[in-house]
Design a protein around this ligand. Structure first.
Ligand code: MG
Length: 306
């Protein structure tokens, strides 16, 4: 296998981001739809979701073993680790964002907006001020495959912010069709959000937008298109320490320069849903790709968000 089997250079800037000897490795297979990898630095493991199987799995980097982390999992989808090292999870059938506390108990962060149940929280990010931002499309209530089929009580798909002091849930983006993955820029002045509306109509977007985050970080403005996906749909994504965006797509992980240029790809043999930087130096990209968990060592490090 040669480097060309694993990497595709679309711009010279991508060539120095990978080592041609570093292969894409399949670490585990047997999922139905792998999603939401989160890296736990202290424990040296990755937790991720297998949504249709209603379970969360854990990959132990020290010995390569995989075990069940939680089942049932509320058909968990996106996961992240907050600044205190706690797991924050989007649950489809739980129809909530939950947090696993240090003592192991699971608490509800958000389940309703204006008295109505959320659709099925999809992906989540925690800002440095402790606010929790998440997307709420309908994928977990559209059918019984990824959750429990139900009508949307809210009747729309928004991006929400949970206030760290009051716990109030506010809708911050209301003009997307199916908001999905999201992440802040390194200085948190920008919020990138994917819209996967294409799943619900060919006329709908399959793109990533970028919003300006207000001075006090409670509201956003703007929202121009940052990138249109060139292969299937973007879903979840992460930033590296230089602000590049590494996002899931149909043919692997697409890497975007902050200027919006698609500079290269990590090729993965399955449709990917999400990724996360892990390892002691955050230079290992863990990739959730349909049935499997993959990894690849890169020449860049992930942004430190915990
Ligand atoms: Mg997603």
């Amino acid at each position: 296998m040669a480097a060309a089997d694993y990497y595709e250079i679309l711009d010279p800037r991508f060539a120095r981001l990978f080592n041609g000897n570093a292969q894409v490795e399949k670490l585990f297979t047997g999922c139905r739809w792998a999603e939401g990898p989160a890296w736990f630095a202290a424990g040296r493991y990755v937790v991720w979701s297998d949504i249709p199987n209603n379970r969360m799995l854990r990959y132990d980097e020290t010995d390569g073993s995989v075990s069940v982390f939680r089942q049932p999992s509320g058909n968990s989808n996106g996961n992240t680790v907050d600044r205190q090292g706690r797991l924050v999870t989007c649950e489809h059938s739980g129809r909530r964002v939950s947090r696993t506390e240090h003592d192991g108990s699971v608490t509800t962060i958000a389940a309703k907006w204006k008295g109505k149940r959320l659709n099925s929280p999809n992906d989540v990010v925690v800002k440095s001020d402790g606010s929790i931002w998440f997307t709420d499309p309908t994928y977990g209530i559209d059918t019984d495959y990824e959750g429990d089929k139900a009508e949307s009580e809210i009747g729309a798909c928004y991006v929400y912010r949970v206030d760290p002091d009051s716990g109030d849930v506010e809708a911050v983006i209301t003009d997307m069709v199916r908001p999905n993955g999201l992440a802040f820029s390194l200085d948190e002045s920008l919020l990138y959000v994917v819209d996967t509306g294409r799943t619900h109509g060919a006329e709908n977007p399959a793109h990533m937008r970028v919003f300006n985050v207000g001075k006090h970080g409670k509201k956003v403005s703007g929202g121009k298109v940052f990138a249109d996906c060139t292969a299937g749909l973007f879903d979840g994504f992460r930033l590296d320490a230089d602000g590049r965006i590494w996002t899931s797509a149909a043919d692997g992980i697409h890497c975007y320069d902050p200027d919006g240029t698609l500079i290269g790809k990590v090729k993965v043999p399955e449709v990917t849903a999400n990724c996360v930087f892990g390892g002691a130096k955050l230079n290992c990209l863990y990739i959730a790709g349909t049935t499997s968990l993959y990894s690849v060592r890169l020449m860049v490090n992930g942004a430190k968000t915990f």
